[in-house]
Design a protein around this ligand. Structure first.
Ligand code: CTP
Ligand code: MN
Length: 590
């Protein structure tokens, strides 16, 4: 998997950086003995089971099993591909990658190419908005209250009324049609050829947190064009998944961190206008319910979220239900519902930013808000009404991770609805039994590859003391290891030793792509120490146990084969198998 980047360079990079510093840039690490500990960024948990080892330069989560070296962390956390993670860390380490690794077009990942094409396209669109062709669009935006400066800083653009304006432009820059299509910028015509996806629309570029262009939204200018959709958006591409990103987070993340609160609005203009007027701790959901991934993205900056809804959206049950994801992430979510006829954009323009700020500060908690909406919809004094309301409320309450919070809300709900608390508890129990198991529940864990502890111990010792690898190699074959994963790891370690190489947990990781292998290696790093003086004895014990196990398994297999040969009357085979069985027994006596 190291691809075109030479192995020794990967090792050089890993030796110069410190995984503790790399990971600290993303999540807070706490010292725990020789290691560091944190809440795992890859699954939700209440007590930290994510460990980083400065000695071995690897991380491992005991909760979800995610593990690896610094490259793997960036690939997983930043969704980079391998070459991107390598070049980022190379820069950090002050190592210049060989030109061959950079220039080989295959070494430039598809996502890097798409970011580049998107950037080119954006340059084209912004240029047009500033030109005579974009004058009407520019006027429209200014009339909607955007300043020149805002138009520049959000890098808004204009796609002209032509079928192939962008195609022509990108072609002149040497971009092929297939890449344009992969970037979602062009669409295939029915009888061959392509046409521009965005035509005669104001362009809102969508950035990731590093301000790379992921895709675009394009708005028609006149609502009289009502045979057309108001917005056309980039499709999902290798770099853009709507549910993984939040519009404006690249601009707002510092303000969100500082105010320890993120207000979530819906539309591009609902973001842009308040932001321009000084409310900067914002993100826009682009009109859809938030996903779990978006909630986690926000959680990197704050645990407090305020949803700002238009009046007509505020009471929708689906929208309310979607907020439960924040509860599952142990975040606090509040709600502002704007007066009838307003969205954040028009509200700020008419009432001023301070007024919206006040509303955000005085937002109502999810529990109270949801309860209020439900009471307005169902009759809380009839048994049926009580049942409806409680079932909706319980689905939220059931998601609180904190038992005290859960108990308190149950108590409140029982009082408010005037129903006995035990009946609510009973219903809550039913809900839990019916709910699909989350991915990190113990039920799912059982399907994981089980690693034999003896085999893992040997792997650990081999990583700690290269000198012992040769000794082990004299006594065991990789195939003596019963686990597929351990056998693969051991076989690779033997190979490295034969080539006169060192074995280190963090560089070993560059050679494995599957989670199971990385997990086995990383988990063994955090296993208890084997003291120096004990090591040889432990190794001998392990070798003996593995050999015995191998013997038992072979014996069982032979017995099974003999049984089958007997049933089918295959005398020749039976004799051969018996011979084999006898010599095995003799060997095991020795
Ligand atoms: N949206 C979309 N496609 C549509 C309609 C809406 O993708 N056909 C998304 C856009 O991201 C939009 C958001 O949903 O910004 C909110 O939609 P809406 O309130 O209708 O639009 P506004 O952005 O408020 O636009 P405007 O105020 O200019 O009407
Ligand atoms: Mn609007």
């Amino acid at each position: 998997m190291a691809g075109r980047i030479p192995e020794n360079i990967l090792e050089e990079i890993l030796s110069r950086i410190n995984i503790v510093e790399v990971i600290s840039e993303y999540i807070p690490l706490k010292k725990a003995g020789r290691n560091f500990r944190a809440l795992c960024p890859f699954h939700h948990e209440k007590s930290p089971s994510f460990m980083v080892s400065p000695d071995r330069q690897i991380f491992h989560c005991f909760g979800c099993g995610e593990s690896g070296n610094a490259f793997k962390f960036l690939m997983r956390y930043e969704r980079m591909d391998f070459p991107e993670a390598v070049s980022l860390l190379a820069r950090k380490a002050g190592i210049v990658l060989p030109e061959s690794a950079k220039e080989d077009p295959r070494a430039v990942s598809l996502s890097t190419q798409l970011f580049k094409i998107n950037e080119l396209a954006l340059g084209f669109y912004t240029g047009l908005l500033a030109s005579a062709q974009g004058a009407a669009a520019k006027t429209y935006l200014l009339e909607r209250g955007l300043t020149e400066e805002t138009i520049k800083s959000f890098r808004l653009g204009w796609a002209p009324d032509k079928w192939d304006a962008l195609i022509e432009f990108l072609r002149s820059k040497g971009v092929g049609l297939s890449l344009m299509e992969k970037a979602g910028l062009v669409l295939p015509k029915q009888n061959g050829g392509y046409y521009d996806r965005f035509r005669q629309r104001i362009i809102f570029p969508i950035f990731d947190i590093k301000s790379r262009v992921l895709g675009f939204g394009g708005r028609i200018m006149h609502s009289s064009d009502n045979q057309l959709a108001k917005y056309v958006n980039s499709p999902e591409t290798p770099v853009y998944t709507k549910g993984r990103n939040l519009f404006g987070l690249n601009l707002a993340k510092e303000a969100i961190r500082q105010s320890d609160c993120a207000a979530v609005v819906e539309g591009y203009l609902d973001f842009i206008i308040p932001y321009q007027q000084g409310i900067q701790n914002l993100v826009a959901s682009q009109g859809t319910a938030l996903t779990e991934e978006q909630a986690r993205l926000l959680k990197r900056y704050t645990r407090n979220v305020v949803m700002v809804y238009d009046a007509d959206n505020a009471g929708q049950m689906a929208a309310l239900r979607s907020l439960d994801i924040f509860i599952e992430e142990s975040m606090e979510v509040k709600i502002v519902s704007l007066p009838q006829g307003f969205d954040p954009d028009t509200f700020v323009r008419q009432k001023g930013a301070q007024e919206l700020k006040n509303m955000i500060e005085n937002a109502e908690g999810l529990f109270d808000y949801k309860f209020r909406i439900l009471k307005s919809r169902f009759n809380a004094s009839t048994p049926e009404g009580k049942a409806r309301i409680s079932s909706e409320m319980l689905s939220t309450i059931g998601r609180f991770k904190d038992a005290v919070l859960k108990a308190e809300y149950l108590k409140i709900l029982a009082q408010q609805l005037d129903v006995p608390e035990y009946s609510l508890r009973e219903e809550l129990g039913k809900l839990r039994d019916n709910r699909p198991q989350p991915a990190d529940s113990p039920l799912v864990k059982k399907t994981e590859t089980v690693i034999n502890p003896t085999e893992r111990l040997l792997i650990k010792i081999m990583m700690e003391e290269t000198r012992l690898v040769d000794y082990i190699r004299q006594h065991l074959e990789p195939s003596d290891f019963q686990g597929e994963v351990t056998s693969r790891i051991v076989s690779f370690m033997f190979e490295l030793i034969q080539q006169g190489k060192q074995i280190e947990a963090n560089t070993l990781m560059n050679h494995f792509e599957d989670k199971d292998a990385m997990r086995c290696i990383c988990e063994s790093v955090f296993d208890g120490e084997v003291t120096q003086e004990n090591r040889e004895k432990v190794v001998d014990d392990c070798i003996r146990m593995i050999k015995n196990k191998r013997m038992v398994v072979t014996r069982q297999r032979l017995q099974e084969q003999m049984r089958r040969a007997e049933v089918s009357g295959d005398e020749v085979n039976l004799l051969r198998l018996r011979d084999e069985f006898c010599s095995l027994l003799k060997r095991s006596k020795e």
